[in-house]
Design a protein around this ligand. Sequence first.
Ligand SMILES: [Zn+2]
Length: 256
Amino acid sequence: MFLTWMMMCLASAGTWTVTPALSAVTAMPAVGVPRAAYRRDDWQPHLASLRREFGRNKEIPAQYELETLIALSHFPALKDTRIRFVLRSKAPISSRPFVWTLLRGKKSRRVYRIGIDESDRWSGSPALLKNMSFNARIGALGHELAHTDYYETKRWFHFIAIGASFVSKRFHKNFERGTDQRAIEAGLGYQLWLWSRDIRGGRLAESPNSWLDRFYYAPAVIQDQMEALPAYEGLPEIGDSEDVGPSTDEPTNGVF
Ligand SMILES: [Zn+2]
C-alpha cells in the first residue's frame, strides 16, 4: 500500500505545475517621458526590466541603482555605452571619459566615468547625491548623463578643444547650460528643476551673486525652457511660490 502511494506520488510529480507569482505582473510604465515625479515604490518592481534594457555595460553602485537606471532610460543612445559610476569624485558629482579609451578608435570601446562623492568633506551638503531626494538624484544623474550623451557625438580630438576651452567662462557657461537644456529635452525637466532648487537651498530665481547661476540654469530658467517644449504640455505645473530668497551657494570643488 505504502509502495503504491509512493509510486503514485512519483508518477504525478512530473505533471505538477508551478503557479507563477502574482507580483511583478504589471507592465513597466512608459520610459523616457517627462514625469512630474518618480515614485520609488512604483519602479522598484521593474528593476529587473530596467537592468535588462538600460543596464548593459554599466557599473552602478547598488545603493543608487534604481535612480541611475531611471535616469539612463531617458538617454536611449547610451544603452550600450560603457559607463562606470564610481563612488569617488572631486566635485559632488562629475562626468568625463577615461581619456585613454578615447584613443581606442571605435566609440563602442570608450569608457565614461561618472563620479559620485560619498566622502564627508561637505557632510550635510544638498549637493551630495546621498543627501538628495530620489527625484533630485535622478536630476543630478540626468545632468551628468547629458554630458555623456553629448560626448558620444564627439570625436577624440574634439575633447582637446573642449578641455582647452574651459579657460573661457563664456564657453563654460554655454557648455553647462547646453547640458541642462539636453537633460530637459530628454524629459528630465522636473527632476532637474528639483535638483537645481535643492542645491540652491530652495532659491528659484536667478541671483547675480550666485556662481551656480553663472554657469547653470536656475530653477526659474528650467521652468521657462520646459514651458517652451511641446513634450511638457498638459503636464502638472512645477511647484509654485517656494522661493525662499537668496541663499549662500554651497562650496564645491570644480564643476558638476
Ligand atoms: Zn555639468
